[in-house]
Design a protein around this ligand. Structure first.
Ligand SMILES: [Zn+2]
Length: 300
């Protein structure tokens, strides 16, 4: 605006002097103004460039935020970490706290999964308890969802052969298929590998146990549920004899057993027993589960 004022003054002089007389002074001022205008233009351009550059500078200035971005990423990483923590806490809510000084019992269910397994899972969960399910490879794909539920709810899966043959009567090749084949089927269906094995009918000897090459889990209480198919008898078989460290044999293959489980499980909990998996009991009883060795109970 100042420049325009000078320009008017210059032209004013120009006209006053008759249009032709421009003093050296006026010429000098005009030149100076012209230079100023050019400079201003130049400055304007610089400013424009600076403005153009600014975003770059802003970008540079963003660098600290960008440097903070990793921090934000770190905090973003913390978010899943917190989410994991929340999940963990949620699991903690459901997680059983096992007191090694208190009595514990391992309930085991053989020959499933079956249509009755879910009923047993329900009562276990309601009582914040778990058990070990010795499954048959032949049933795994039929009850894949139940198998996964068994695992998801903290229970243990044991290997009970593929189709319940007396393992003492078969070839080594067939034995391998019965045991490894079942492990593979369970793994494919669930991603879980059974750690322990129970031979069908509980029939095995030292030589066979060695060939099976897994810890062999037998039992200290036999409910004979497969034979009596009687809920009351199954309940009595457990409650009349149970003691700390027992491994109880049942089968999740019968309705009478599922009904018995509904009575046995809350009753044992009420009596102060912690219902644990075979592997948990071995851990809390300092029993090292060894391949080829067999276990009937884990008394103190
Ligand atoms: Zn069996």
């Amino acid at each position: 605006m100042l420049c325009i004022g000078y320009m008017i003054q210059i032209y004013g002089l120009y006209y006053k002097e008759g249009g032709y007389i421009l003093t050296k002074k006026v010429l000098a001022v005009s030149l100076a103004l012209l230079m100023s205008l050019l400079n201003m233009g130049t400055f304007t351009n610089v400013e424009a460039r600076e403005k153009e550059v600014l975003p770059v500078e802003e970008n540079v200035q963003y660098t600290p935020p960008q440097e903070e971005t990793p921090a934000e990423e770190a905090s973003a990483e913390e978010v899943p970490a917190e989410a994991v923590e929340v999940t963990y806490e949620e699991q903690e809510v459901n997680k059983r706290v096992i007191d090694p000084t208190k009595p514990m019992v391992a309930l085991t269910f053989d020959d499933g999964p079956s249509k009755y397994t879910a009923e047993i899972l329900k009562v276990l969960k309601e009582n914040n308890s778990v058990a070990t399910f010795f499954v048959l490879g032949s049933e795994v794909n039929k009850y894949k969802d139940v198998l996964n539920q068994v695992i998801a709810e903290g229970n243990e899966i044991g290997n009970h052969s593929y189709n319940h043959k007396n393992l003492k009567t078969i070839t080594d090749e067939e034995l391998y298929k019965q045991v490894q084949g079942t492990d593979d089927l369970v793994y494919i269906a669930s991603g879980y590998t059974p750690k322990v094995m129970r031979p069908p009918y509980g029939i095995s000897d030292a030589e066979l146990n060695k060939k099976i090459n897994k810890p062999i889990v037998k039992w200290s209480i036999d409910t004979l549920d497969w034979k009596n198919r009687d809920t009351d008898k199954v309940v009595a078989a457990v409650l009349n004899d149970v003691k700390d460290g027992d491994i109880v044999l049942m089968h999740d293959l019968y309705d009478s057993t599922a009904q018995a489980a509904k009575i046995i499980i809350p009753k044992l909990v009420e009596q102060g027993y912690q219902l644990v998996t075979v592997s948990e009991m071995s851990e809390y009883r300092d029993v090292t589960l060894t391949q080829g060795q067999q276990y009937y109970s884990m008394y103190k």
